[in-house]
Design a protein around this ligand. Structure first.
Ligand code: DGY
Length: 323
């Protein structure tokens, strides 16, 4: 009897994932990254399970190419804006994702960006490179903002938002606000106050975006949002670039409407090499490395594999995407 087949959409997934699958399935990995190669391979493979990586949209066309024998999908990401969940639901195909597996690595990058953006890392580095680091003491040089004693606002208090809040407690912040679609009991334990988005925008010194991208949140950080932020305010986004209107952000940073920004995610990705954002002194940008640690990637891959094995047996998934 032939083994169930699992198609891995991107060959760069961690090798440990193959151990997690064991010998009960046949794993076929795509040797390319792109949509065209996936669409070509799927009808030949006829997979029972799909191991899906961010970067290529999982939609009707992909599901049609995979075929009606498909039983389960496992996504190796906490974000799911690249997945047509409604289409999967309508076909009765369960889908898993890995919502909290990378919460430590992503929240660490969020804090790194907040510190770097508030302490003028980009500008400081340029000063060194351009020989503007003077050989005398200047008490006014490169003064930044302090996270200690600040008011922090978190947009989206899921696993990552919660991890950011918990870690920031160690920095001695003065006040913690959060907003989202509902109040969270775990936020109360951290002394976080549930407020509406406008209050959070106006009162926060640091704003962290860790909410999913959907039609409600798309471009929520727009010109109006920036006009309400403090001029000394710092925006950090570790969620998806689509939550921020980048033209409005560029203007807000240029005009001094906000102090600085730290982005791990941009729109588009990759960011154009000639993007005006890269020319600004008051922004720190990293190339979507939130979940890029050996530990996080291994954990994400293993959890996806476990979910797919359960789905193939028709059992309940460990981390289903239930929206
Ligand atoms: O969604 C996630 O898990 C990260 O952004 C990596 O894609």
């Amino acid at each position: 009897m032939s083994l169930p087949r699992v198609f891995v959409s991107n060959h760069t997934v961690p090798e440990t994932m193959y151990d997690a699958f064991g010998t009960s399935v046949e794993v076929i990995r795509n040797t390319e990254y792109d949509r065209a190669s996936i669409l070509k391979l799927l009808p030949r493979v006829k997979p029972h399970g799909l191991f899906w990586c961010a970067g290529v949209t999982l939609d009707k066309e992909i599901l049609d190419a995979a075929g009606p024998q498909l039983k389960v999908v496992g996504c190796m990401s906490s974000g799911y804006n690249h997945v047509d969940v409604a289409e999967l639901k309508s076909r009765g195909i369960p889908v898993a994702y890995v919502p909290s597996t990378a919460k430590d690595s992503v929240s660490n990058v969020a804090i790194l960006l907040a510190l770097a953006a508030s302490r003028r890392f980009t500008e400081g580095r340029w000063n060194i490179e351009q020989g503007r680091w003077k050989n005398h003491f200047d008490a006014q040089w490169l003064l930044g903002q302090e996270i200690s004693d600040s008011t922090v606002g978190i947009v989206g208090f899921g696993g990552i938002g919660h991890a950011i809040a918990k870690k920031l407690k160690a920095f001695g912040i003065a006040k913690l606000l959060y907003t989202g679609h509902k109040e969270k009991p775990e936020a109360k334990e951290l002394g976080a106050q549930f407020v509406d988005q406008e209050t959070l925008t106006k009162e926060s010194d640091f704003i962290f975006i860790s909410a999913p991208l959907n039609e409600k949140t798309r471009k929520m950080c727009n010109a109006d949002f920036f006009s309400k932020m403090k001029n000394t305010g710092i925006l950090v986004n570790v969620s998806r670039g689509g939550l921020v209107d980048h033209d409005a952000l560029l203007k807000a940073l240029k005009d001094g409407e906000i102090y600085s920004a730290g982005l791990d995610v941009t729109d588009p990705e990759p960011l154009n090499v000639d993007s005006e954002l890269l020319k600004l002194p008051n922004i720190v940008i990293t190339p979507h490395i939130g979940a890029s640690t050996f530990r996080a990637r291994n954990a994400m891959g293993n959890l996806v594999a476990k979910n797919i094995l359960l789905g193939l047996k028709g059992e309940k998934l460990l981390t289903p995407l239930d929206i």
